[in-house]
Write a protein that binds this ligand. Structure first.
Ligand code: GLU
Length: 408
């Protein structure tokens, strides 16, 4: 199954809806630049990519993923989604993504550092604050960003904190970045509830994925009184129809344990969890979680995509036919890159901006972007999905930028 082919199918629909000509659309059908090589560490080879999908609106921007299933098809898709996400978020970036194919749980800290530095040794000529700016993604974090910044600065011979975001505060990062993806997802989930479930009490939520995004999202929703009935990590899920004790569960998870070892619920598989009865299903793990095989069994009426690409193109159609509402990834998880933009802007200008100001700005942007997507969706009288609404806005803006540049 090719994730990228799914994206091309989605673009075909947008072309019709947006009345976009073939010659214009052509520029969006393939990435601007694909860099691939094998990182060699003492004879051990690690396939590695950095792909810039678009430079129309600004430099490349997007995270670097460490995972055993990383492939060119995946990185290309993630770079494509970054281009759309940045365009929709109205921040001055194109789109890019990187990845290294290996299991980060199977290497020690020294090896992790070697792999991270080697990635920069190989790709640094293509990176820089005005060329392409990486950030964390699945299984990369502030420590990895620090090694990468350090290696980059050694190579180029000057300080350039804006070449990477998601750094620790000591290296020019901003505290807000830590839970920004979840904060953005939480804000749009509240907007979703305001519009679609304004009077509902005791809203039930399931969260798939208990990494950075999923864990903080669960915490925020729990604090607001949502009833979290199940969560999962890569080992499996834990379910309690009366609601899980989230504070307790988070402490347990932070001690290094899988949620399936937690005693306050029943252990279930990830796929069983997706099909449970709930109001909202938050997908915060990986791609391809809802496919044509399980889409018809999904009971949640509302799905929030905190991960990138968790619902396939075929599944989208089945879910839409069953009147399920999906808040798509390029909107729901855009809080992370929006705060990356604040960090980058601060690094480039040397200005210090108050955390409260930035928190308010994030909120304003998320709610404003949701508003544009929702209003357009309503204006089509339910004939488009929220995803199509986001893609229409994002694609049109990229194509307008390309047009001004004289490339189409
Ligand atoms: N990896 C995150 C994403 O998929 C963040 C990217 C960034 O901050 O550049 O949106």
């Amino acid at each position: 199954m090719s994730i990228f082919n799914d994206n091309l199918e989605r673009l075909k629909e947008i072309q019709v809806l947006g009345d976009i000509g073939d010659s214009e659309m052509k520029i969006l059908l393939e990435p601007a630049q694909v860099n691939y090589l094998e990182i060699d560490i003492k004879g051990k080879k690690y396939p590695a990519w950095r792909i810039i999908y678009s430079r129309a609106i600004g430099p490349g921007k997007g995270g670097i993923r460490y995972h055993q299933d990383v492939s060119e098809d995946e990185v290309k898709s993630l770079a494509f989604w970054m281009a759309l996400k940045n365009s929709l978020a109205d921040i001055p970036y194109g789109g890019a993504k990187g990845g290294i194919k290996f299991n980060p749980k199977e290497v020690n800290q020294t090896e992790l550092e070697e792999i991270s530095r080697a990635y920069i040794d190989n790709f640094y000529p293509y990176l820089g604050q005005d060329k392409d700016i990486p950030a964390p993604d699945v299984y990369t974090n502030g420590q990895v960003m620090s090694w990468m910044l350090d290696e980059f600065e050694k190579k180029v011979g000057h300080h350039e904190p804006g070449m990477i975001t998601g750094k620790p505060v000591e290296l020019g990062g901003i505290a807000l970045r830590g839970d920004a993806t979840a904060q953005g997802g939480y804000l749009v989930t509240k907007e979703l509830v305001n519009k679609f479930l304004p009077d509902k009490k005791d809203i039930k939520v399931i969260v798939q994925g208990f990494g950075n995004a999923g864990l903080f999202m669960t915490e925020k929703l729990d604090n607001d009184g949502y009833k979290i009935i199940a969560v999962s990590d890569s080992q499996g899920g834990i379910y309690n129809s009366n609601g899980l004790n989230i504070k307790d569960l988070i402490d347990f998870k932070k001690s290094g344990e899988s949620v399936i070892k937690y005693k306050g619920g029943k252990v279930i598989t990830n796929s069983q969890m997706l099909e449970l009865d709930t109001d909202i299903l938050v997908l915060a793990a990986l791609e391809n979680q809802i496919t044509e095989d399980n889409a018809k069994n999904i009971k949640a009426n509302y799905i929030v995509e905190l991960a990138n690409g968790p619902v396939t193109y075929e599944a989208d159609k089945i879910l839409a036919a069953n009147n399920k509402i999906i808040v798509p990834d390029i909107l729901a998880n855009s809080g992370g890159v929006i705060v990356s933009y604040f960090e980058w802007a601060q690094n480039k200008t040397g200005q210090i901006l108050e955390e409260e100001y930035l928190r308010n700005l994030l909120e304003k942007k998320m709610i404003g972007n949701w508003g544009k997507v929702y209003d357009q969706y309503v204006s089509y009288n339910g004939k488009i999905t929220l995803r199509q609404s986001t893609y229409l806005i994002a694609v049109k803006r990229i194509l307008a930028a390309e047009k001004y540049r004289g490339r189409i």
